[in-house]
Write a protein that binds this ligand. Structure first.
Ligand code: NDP
Length: 483
């Protein structure tokens, strides 16, 4: 069978990589290569930059209304192709088709629709002084910006960056993860049909170390919006800092779920299974350290293990599958190495812990049983380092002070979810927890107007709402004395 070939999207058209070389892309559910993507290099990024630079004067002076209309066309295009895009995302990433259909692809359309309309309402400040002086702030697009995204929520996170950058009037050179490039490629087709002028968005496929690095190192790409691992974020910060680039870094997490005895039990239990294992635990917001107030511990442990053991690990294309494949063999091995580490550290595997071999077309797929471990102290490596897979630890706690200290003990600070019906406790703890997001009695509820991002090693800056539009614009204060 002939393999499908992905192309770069440069200057409004498909482009083959200058080197003529391609890389294999695998389907996690089968473990087999199913398409080829460009192994692009610095020269391809330069070509993309040139196209973006050429497009910038016109795009940045296009009215907000026109830009908004084009972005709405893209949102509609994504919605019209929901089935095709969801299938592509599942094949590329291994996530259950039901998730691609209900979360990933609808959210990609929403990202475009949200920023297409937000830009119409984006306002800047004015500060009047005594004696006839007025300041006003101009917010202009930056120019050509770079957007680099990871493999776990491929189109969802790619569009979360591109949409505000374009809405604000910038031109973009973007790179999706080399592991999951397909929906970004399909997006380029949608952009062509939606009337996006050539060069406004350019998508260069390939390796992070080559394409990603070339974007970050490019002296004229003035801002970088990056989502990915903390180590890559640190590297990007180091390269970009001497050039004084604007940086938005959304990085790793090691999120705590804190459950009090007084919570709404059934709702909590169902949601915590999701917050632990959605997308095979490969969401930066998944809660991987679950702390339970001691009086509730044994009951929770019993019910949680039962529910987790019943999760259906299966071919992600089947509607009934709740847990799909991990994204790559390398990642699967990394997650398994953490299960082994947990055992060495004295942890007891309560359910899961093993690779799963399915039948039929998925016989060589990268599946892992959802895993629950107990008996580990909060400060061990298993509880401090990001695993990013279907592996969680559970532990009982006695006091609020103790659990806040445990929750805050990691180098990360992305998200936390808190389960209690005690209102003052919820407020007080939300105040003390060192994360960019605290969910109380819910998880992954997203209002796109809110600031999104992490503290400590989970990142720098915030995305979402005005934060994103502020990031993608340069403020200029104009001070006028008229008195
Ligand atoms: P990586 O950091 O490995 O990669 C992210 C992106 O950066 C990919 O496109 C990658 O390309 C590229 N890249 C790799 N090296 C470089 C480089 N030297 N210069 C520029 N770009 C580079 O992360 P993963 O893809 O493995 O994603 C998982 C991580 O992302 C987890 O740590 C997770 O917590 C985090 N994440 C954070 C979120 C947040 O909002 N805070 C949301 C989602 C995920 P390539 O794929 O080709 O290597």
């Amino acid at each position: 069978m002939r393999q499908q070939v992905i192309h770069n999207y440069i200057n409004g058209d498909f482009a083959t990589p200058i080197s003529g070389k391609y890389l294999d892309v695998s389907e996690p559910a089968t473990g087999h290569t199913y398409c080829l993507l460009p192994d692009a290099e610095e020269e391809d990024v330069e070509k993309a930059y040139q196209a973006a630079e050429k497009a910038f004067p016109l795009w940045s002076s296009t009215t907000k209304e026109e830009r908004s209309n084009i972005l709405l066309n893209i949102a509609n295009g994504i919605e019209q192709q929901l089935e095709k895009l969801a299938l592509a995302e599942t094949k590329d990433n291994g996530k259950p088709l039901s998730l691609s259909k209900t979360v990933d692809i609808p959210r990609a359309a929403t990202n475009f629709r949200f920023f297409a309309t937000a830009i119409l309402h984006f306002a800047s400040e004015s500060h009047a002084m005594e004696e006839g002086i007025i300041n006003y702030t101009l917010r202009k697009p930056i120019g050509v910006v770079g957007c680099i995204s990871p493999w776990n929520l491929p189109l969802y996170l790619f569009t979360w960056k591109i949409a505000p950058a374009l809405a604000a009037g910038n031109c973009v050179v973007a790179k999706p993860s080399e592991i999951t490039p397909m929906t970004a490629f399909l997006l380029s087709e949608i952009c062509m049909q939606a009337g996006l002028p050539p060069g406004v968005l350019n998508i260069v496929h390939g390796l992070g170390a080559k394409v990603g690095n070339a974007i970050v190192q490019h002296p004229k790409i003035a801002a970088i919006s990056f989502t990915g691992g903390t180590a890559t974020g640190a590297h990007i910060a180091k390269v970009a800092a001497p050039m004084f680039k604007k940086l938005s870094l959304e990085l790793g997490g090691k999120n705590a779920t804190i459950i009090f005895d007084d919570c709404d039990y059934e709702n909590m239990l169902n949601t915590v299974v999701k917050s632990a294992f959605s997308n095979q635990g490969q969401i930066c917001l998944c809660g991987s350290r679950i702390f339970i107030e001691r009086p509730l511990y044994e009951k929770f442990k019993h019910d949680f293990i039962q529910k987790v053991a019943q999760l259906k690990v299966g071919d992600p294309l089947e509607e009934t599958s709740q847990v799909g494949a991990l994204v790559s063999e390398q990642h699967l091995n990394k997650v398994i190495s953490y299960i082994n580490l947990a055992k060495e550290e004295g942890g007891k595997v309560l359910t899961g812990g093993n690779r799963i071999q399915l039948d039929g077309r998925c016989i060589s797929g990268w599946f892992l049983a959802p895993t629950v471990i107990e008996g580990l102290p909060y400060h061990c490596r298993t509880n401090q380092e990001e695993i990013f897979g279907p592996v969680v630890t559970i532990a009982p706690f006695d006091t609020e002070e103790e659990v806040v200290q445990w929750a805050n003990s990691t180098p990360y600070g992305l998200a936390c979810s808190l389960w209690t019906n005690n209102l003052s406790r919820a407020h007080q703890m939300s105040d003390c927890i060192q994360t960019g997001i605290v969910w109380v009695n819910c998880w992954m509820v997203r209002d796109l107007r809110t600031p999104f991002g992490g503290m400590k090693q989970s990142g720098v800056g915030r995305e979402g709402g005005w934060e994103a539009l502020r990031f993608f614009t340069e403020p200029k204060n104009v001070c006028i004395k008229y008195g």
